[in-house]
Design a protein around this ligand. Structure first.
Ligand SMILES: *[C@@H]1O[C@H](CO)[C@@H](O)[C@H](O)[C@H]1NC(C)=O
Ligand SMILES: [Cu+2]
Length: 314
């Protein structure tokens, strides 16, 4: 016979599961939204976050040390992809994407993500307007494989850092998944800076400790800087056996896929800028405090922050 305590414990466990949150279980490439976990590592913690800053689970979520039955998808440098969650992200916080090359002797399916191997390819922080922050809450997050990325097997990691329960009373939550990709048509760039996960966020960063409900006027996404040369056209053209990811793939990819786009189902309806809006030309403003205009940069340019107050397409 169950004691009251054990019943309470099972109820608590149940409600932990049910009150879980969201999970990026679907990958889109080449216009196809693939079934859950086909190319994304299957985690074993349902849709719950990781909160331990020292845990290896921060790499590819709980249960994501290796690929299991997850397949690896071939993607072209420069091409667009998306991660989609089961329900739209609804906890305030920034979103980032990282990649790590599988060292020789490993594949995207077998690599555990250990070592100082991770680099960041995109960040999405809040926009500030009239003292109100608007977070990039959505169900689908799109970006592109960096055109300067060398060919090979990579883990492609999405991370939403939920900071809706401010530290230290609350603990920020990491919602993470890893896709397994083989990059072709790549360039000759050298991704940097490289960081280790765990270790890349120590818990002292303002973007981790901030109270978003009090005097919240600027924000820096935690973790390393985004790889600055990710879309630089590779060297002098000779030398590499790989197909340059040049005009061909750029021309066949719509301009919007080169912007940091937040696609579909914004949770906060009124204030999420654009997604259907205009494309901002090179040097045009695409973000910053108070900015409510278009945020999608023209093909070949990227929305780059010059501090929190002004971002332009460069
Ligand atoms: C906002 O900017 C100030 C001044 O640069 C800085 O000290 C603070 O850490 C920033 N806050 C966040 C949350 O990034
Ligand atoms: Cu939650």
């Amino acid at each position: 016979m169950k004691s009251i305590l054990s019943v309470a414990a099972s109820l608590a466990a149940l409600s932990t599961q049910v009150s879980g949150h969201y999970i990026f279980d679907q990958f889109t490439y080449g216009g196809t939204l693939f079934p859950a976990y086909q190319y994304i590592r299957k985690n074993t913690n349902d849709n719950s976050p990781v909160t331990d800053l020292t845990s290896d689970d921060l790499r590819c979520n709980v249960g994501g040390e290796t690929g299991g039955s997850t397949q690896t998808i071939t993607v072209k440098a420069g091409a667009a992809f998306s991660f989609t969650s089961d329900i739209a992200v609804y906890h305030d916080g920034p979103l980032s994407m990282y990649m790590a090359k599988a060292p020789s002797g490993t594949t995207a399916a077998t690599f555990d993500g250990s070592g100082q191997v991770w680099f960041k390819i995109m960040d999405l922080g809040p926009t500030f307007a009239s003292g109100t922050a608007t977070w990039p809450l959505a169900q689908t997050y799109s970006y592109h494989i960096p055109s300067a990325l060398p060919n090979g097997d990579y883990l492609l990691r999405i991370q939403q850092l939920a900071i809706h329960n401010p530290y230290p009373a609350g603990t920020p939550q990491f919602y993470i998944e890893c896709a397994q990709v083989t990059v072709t048509g790549g360039g000759s760039g050298t991704p940097s800076p490289l960081v280790s996960i765990p270790g890349f966020i120590t818990g002292t960063e303002p973007g981790y400790t901030v109270n978003i409900y009090s005097d919240f006027t600027n924000y820096t996404v935690p973790g390393p800087a985004v790889w600055a040369g990710e879309d630089a056209t590779g060297g002098s053209g000779g030398g590499s056996a790989s197909t340059p990811a040049g005009p061909t793939s750029a021309a066949s990819t719509p301009a919007s896929t080169f912007a940091t786009s937040v696609a579909s189902t914004p949770v906060k309806t009124s204030t999420v800028p654009t997604s259907t809006g205009a494309v901002v030309p090179q040097y045009g403003q695409c973000g910053g405090t108070g900015w409510t205009g278009a945020i999608q940069c023209a093909a070949g340019t990227k929305c780059t922050a010059s501090g929190s107050y002004y971002s332009q397409c460069l």
